[in-house]
Design a protein around this ligand. Sequence first.
Ligand code: NAD
Length: 498
Amino acid sequence: MIPTVKLLINGEFAESRTRHWQDVYNPATQEILARVPMCGPDEVAQAVSAAKAAFPMWRATPIAERARVFLRLQALIREQIDLLANTLTREQGKTLLDAKGDVFRGLEVVEHACSVGSLQLGEFAENVAGGVDTYTIRQPLGVCAGITPFNFPAMIPLWMFPMACVTGNTFVLKPSEQDPLTPMILAELAQQAGLPRGVLNVVHGGVEAVNALCDHPDIKAISFVGSVTAGTHVYRRASEHGKRVQAMLGAKNHAVFLPDANKEQALNALVGAAFGAAGQRCMAASVAVLVGKARDWIPEIVSRAQALKVDAGHKAGADLGPLINRQALERVEKLVGQGIEQGAKLELDGRYPKVPGYEQGNFIGPTIFSGVTASMHIYQQEIFGPVLCIVEVDTLDEAIAFVNANPYGNGTALFTQSGAAARRFQHDIDVGQVGINVPIPVPVPFFSFTGSRGSKLGDLGPYGKEVVRFYTQTKTVTSRWFDDQVTAGPVNTTITLH
Ligand code: NAD
């Protein structure tokens, strides 16, 4: 009997009543792990109504009590990290070590959520006019929702609901329908940690559930992470309904190499960042820009990539697991074919690898093209597979212009030993996350994830200080207190406060 994925509504893990279900697969074997319900507007409305009912109680709960729930949650996540990572590898495919990293990066956000007492502080200015003080209060918005992608089924749900809930909101999460089992363990742990009924609710599904969230009048804010197509749709649709929306979108990330870089360190970093998680990271380094004499490094990039092991994620020594599904594999294989047709040089062909015991898995090994130009499909599309495009330029200025001409601006990195070059790069590059000799510069939770140009819609990013602003409404209070002895002067019809 194949298990079904439950909904979480008002503290109860309940069976969906929908007639539409989808299978959740192990991408290394095609084994069906579970069936996930594709919820419609009625079940979304139930979840929203539970969240709405819980809001007055949760909003009134003292900050320290809210923070304590997340202190317990972080401890439970640590205790259950093996269960979480194993489940994540089974349904998503990434290696066990990388799955632990996925959980750990989310756990860091939970830890940060525990310092909400200082994060949610308002400001106070004394005596802004005679005897008048002004202060701000950051109040929760109400019901917020989160829509997450398949590639980080632990980290990205944890970017969202801990910060939303610790600031006093209630939440409806709609995880990716492709790997909902890991987020459901997180939801169970949140219940065990003492999150009251209705504060966190989970629905499942695809476009229909997402549209219902965008349209629901009681949802105040939506955090979205996923592809440009879906995210642009969510941003427009939810904004039309007057909601706050942050949408973190797709990417094409360039790693730029100057010839003075520490070559060993730089090339290892590139190969890890290009092919780790089989390239299914929004921060994957999918384009290497080799400047000047760094062109000569192509054979060494190829030999490092060739040494990586393609295998099922739970196997010891695996460097890359399978892609999430069959369509994703076919799409990547097609793009590799187009790269060849359009004249890029295939330096390493990772298509159709032999993975003994996992012949049905969605595997493709590290694939490298050199001679890539801006007009090729392999450069224009986010491939989201283990395919590295190599571009060659003569100067740092040319490299910066090339990166800035790409429509995406999620992540980038420069490898160099020159402080002056690094400073110019960080100043002139139009990309949200910049690494200097750091290949995947995902900011820790004291900062916020961001993005530039086509990689982000909305002004505030997930987690960190920015998300506290996203999930709260600032109220300013201007107050004056009168001693009993003070006599009222004449009526003042001007707007000044004296
Ligand atoms: P996706 O857009 O297919 O799915 C994301 C979510 O949107 C899922 O919950 C899905 O059910 C829903 N969805 C899918 N199609 C929809 C549609 N037409 N209308 C409304 N909702 C829809 O993305 P994915 O394939 O799960 O994730 C990979 C993408 O996410 C990549 O483009 C990657 O770069 C991006 N990503 C971005 C970041 C970031 O922070 N910028 C982080 C992780 C992933």
